[in-house]
Write a protein that binds this ligand. Structure first.
Ligand SMILES: *Cc1c(COP(=O)(O)O)cnc(C)c1O
Length: 350
């Protein structure tokens, strides 16, 4: 195997969706958030697999992603766009039959003027101060908006990965205050909200990271394995140094492998000297700095020269790497680079 390979388990993605779907009652539909090319894993493969599992509604970040997704999934599923109706997007929204989640009075005006009668949803700000209409704006246009029958009213939680955070209850109360009594389906939550319990589920949930095997869905099945080919090996004498900046010095005779992947592939440079690479159950420490295209690994524990070493595998998941780099699993996934050969297992028969 000459290329680094990223193995993506579609049946695990589907199993994770089913498990999250089973956590809410039958009156709650479970959508799938598939923005950023399914968190870097490939929407062209993940979306059809999720449809086979039962997904009928998707969420993406921007209209361009929605148009691409429409070509993949065909005319049936709903595709919602979190960024709403941005200037210049009317053609894409109409052509791909997207549902913009309108975030402001400006977007609402634009939508009603350029695409009258075209389906839309509304995003409300319940305290995160990122996207959505504020209470005052919503108060001013709610009647007008409701007259046009939005397909969904949603908001988003800032702290749903921390179940005990008081912000969750505050945002729930604010969302109820803004939407109780309206006759429109409602959605408040992502993966974290599914786990928070029934009062956070409303009519639709929109998990993303949990599908792809990340926290806060601790019971998720792992979805990715990253296997990196060894380019060469060498013996080191005690006192020899490795890589840029001489940050590692061999304390004793050791055997070193140079592996094909680096920060240009999403192996964050902040991981320098931290993770292990695995051959089966045997852990081999990454030593020295992560370079753009290369990693150096202490393989003294191995008996034979390895052909490949795994950086992401059951023994070391995306959240383990995230903790080492001071980031989150979402960033580890979306940083996975274009040079990997992506291969998919568990694909539904076409
Ligand atoms: C990304 C996103 C989601 C999905 O969040 P996860 O934490 O990945 O489940 C849901 N809603 C909004 C508004 C988002 O931006």
């Amino acid at each position: 195997m000459a290329r680094a390979s990223l193995d993506i388990d579609l049946s695990a993605i589907c199993a994770n969706w089913r498990a999250l779907d089973a956590m809410s009652g039958p009156q709650t539909r479970t959508a799938a958030t598939i923005k950023a090319d399914a968190y870097g894993l490939g929407a062209a493969k993940a979306a059809p697999a999720l449809m086979d599992a039962g997904v009928r509604a998707f969420f993406v970040a921007i209209a361009e992603e929605g148009a691409t997704l429409r070509r993949i999934v065909g005319p049936e599923p709903r595709i919602h766009v979190y960024s709403g109706h941005m200037a210049g997007d009317a053609g894409l929204i109409r052509g791909a039959q997207l549902i913009p989640m309108l975030n402001s009075i400006e977007q609402m005006t634009r939508h009603f003027e350029t695409l009258p009668g075209h389906p839309f949803g509304v995003q409300l700000d319940s305290g995160m101060n990122r996207l959505g209409m504020e209470a005052g704006e919503w108060g001013a246009v709610a009647a007008l908006a409701l007259e046009q029958s939005p397909v969904l009213v949603m908001s988003h939680l800032a702290c749903s990965d921390e179940p005990d955070h008081p912000m969750n209850a505050r945002q729930l109360a604010e969302f109820r205050h803004l939407t109780d009594g309206i006759n429109v389906p409602r959605s408040l939550g992502a993966t974290g909200a599914v786990l928070l319990g029934p009062e956070y589920h409303f009519d639709m949930t929109r998990p993303g990271i949990g599908l792809y095997g990340g926290r806060p869905f601790d019971d998720a099945r792992p979805v990715v394995r990253l296997s990196l080919p060894v380019i060469q090996t060498r013996a080191l004498e005690p006192g020899e140094t490795v890589g840029y900046g001489n940050t590692f010095t061999a304390p004793e005779p050791m055997w070193l492998a140079t592996v094909s992947a680096g920060y240009a592939d999403g192996v964050l440079r902040a991981l320098s000297g931290k993770p292990m690479l695995y051959q089966g159950d045997t852990a081999c420490p990454l030593v020295g700095r992560v370079s753009m295209d290369l990693l150096t690994v202490d393989i003294s524990a191995l008996e034979d020269c390895p052909r490949v070493l795994d950086l992401i595998c059951p023994a070391q998941g995306i959240d383990d790497l995230a903790d080492m780099a001071g980031t989150i699993g979402y960033e580890i996934l979306t940083a996975l680079g274009p040079r990997y050969l992506r291969s998919y297992a568990g694909e539904a028969a076409a």
